[in-house]
Design a protein around this ligand. Sequence first.
Ligand code: COA
Ligand code: AMP
Ligand code: ZN
Length: 434
Amino acid sequence: MYWEKELETLDRNALEKLQLERLTKSLRQAVNAPCYGQIPEINNVIKSGLKSIEQIRELPFTSKEDLRNGFPWGFLSADKREVVRLHSSSGTTGNPTVVYHNRHDLESWANLMARSIFSAGVRDTDVFQNICGYGLFTGGLGFQYGVEKLGCLSIPAGAGNSLRQIKLMRDFGTSVAHAIPSYLGRLFDVFKDEGLDPRKDTRLHTLVIGAEPHTEEHRQRIEELFGVKAYNSFGLSEMNGPGVAFECTEQDGLHIWEDAYVVEIIDPITLQPVAMGEIGELVMTTLDRQAMPLLRYRTRDLTRFIPGACKCGRTHRRLDRIAGRSDDMFIIKGCNVFPMQIEGILLKLPEVGDDYRIILDTMDDQDEMIIEVEVKKEWFNGDLAFLNNLERHITRLVRDEVLVRPLIKLVEPGSIPKSEGKAVRVFDHRQNKI
Ligand code: COA
Ligand code: AMP
Ligand code: ZN
């Protein structure tokens, strides 16, 4: 059992009262961080005392840019000796965004994770295979500790090596697995190539899918192919990682844990709250983090609250699936990429010309990132050895930066069609292959 019934079913008044208490505490903790300590609005709110949760709007927003500017310690609110782990988000230009945790933070995160997967019907009798990057990616250790807290037998399989994933599933009777939805197409094809059918040849009954946008149709297709129920998991490193919002067994929106976060949805242009049920940008404030509380963090994810109550009895509001981003970040193979990261690499190379474009496509069952790069006239002399070396060099630089191996295609200067107005750099032709 991992059902924090009292917290998960608090009525609105009691939930807001709890939020107010926790926010007051969080603000006091936050101003220990150099970057927050110097902001007058935060100190003013602390001085005058919080009377309602709406007063959160008197606080300034925090952006990814702010976090990068405060790198490495500017948002640390606790003594360094207390910090026991850091995670860092993929997909930043320049300094990475780093989040620090003390023991309390890790315990709180593990609770949220355990609560989340329980809400999706996972139990301690399940065998849970986590097909996700470990290390700095939060989906690895984030799920790991939650699954252990719930009491499942965990298989920390990590990302990659589909044949081994299948063998692990069959050897140990995996009943639940967590993976990004776009990888499951590849995994299904490897099952097929091996003459296996996941519906008959595994004990899978549940897949947890998340970390990247996907449609309802994609979810249904995954459910059909694998013979499972698939539940959406949403999170971001700045708010811990997974365990922020999760679908319960009703599969009707993702409960966002409001005892741990104050959630706002704003118009990304006017920065004002949108009406209930309308799409806007998700803004979040941590309520139970000590080493690094974050205030009004602009996630850039676009979504909406689903009005009304959920049949499961949980009272924490539900988010609709993510509808897009208010910036140009995209996700490939579970790794976040900003086009500026690629541009930053290319512009430093003397051989590279003025133009490039990024094409995202599905090839041989896998999503791939193809980067077409114009080579300067004086270098484009038909010397294949030189071009091969340059291709390898760019591949290496991009892989080191974004953690995904790109396919580099060097092209003659002037051969990339010019777009009208603002240059369009990313062309997404990926299909939900499965
Ligand atoms: N999850 C699991 N496996 C993945 C994957 C993903 N997101 N993306 C690709 N793979 C698999 C591929 O299928 C391939 O295995 P296979 O040939 O046995 O089927 C293997 O990983 C390598 O794929 P390749 O396309 O050569 O990858 P790459 O070198 O471009 O990228 C990865 C390397 C896959 C290791 C890197 O993209 C990664 O770590 N992704 C996981 C990110 C993640 O877990 N994100 C969630 C964070 S919460
Ligand atoms: P990271 O900080 O690397 O964990 O990446 C977090 C980002 O991944 C989020 O801000 C979203 O853009 C995206 N993401 C995570 N989970 C989901 C999901 N379930 N659906 C859509 N996008 C998601
Ligand atoms: Zn519910």
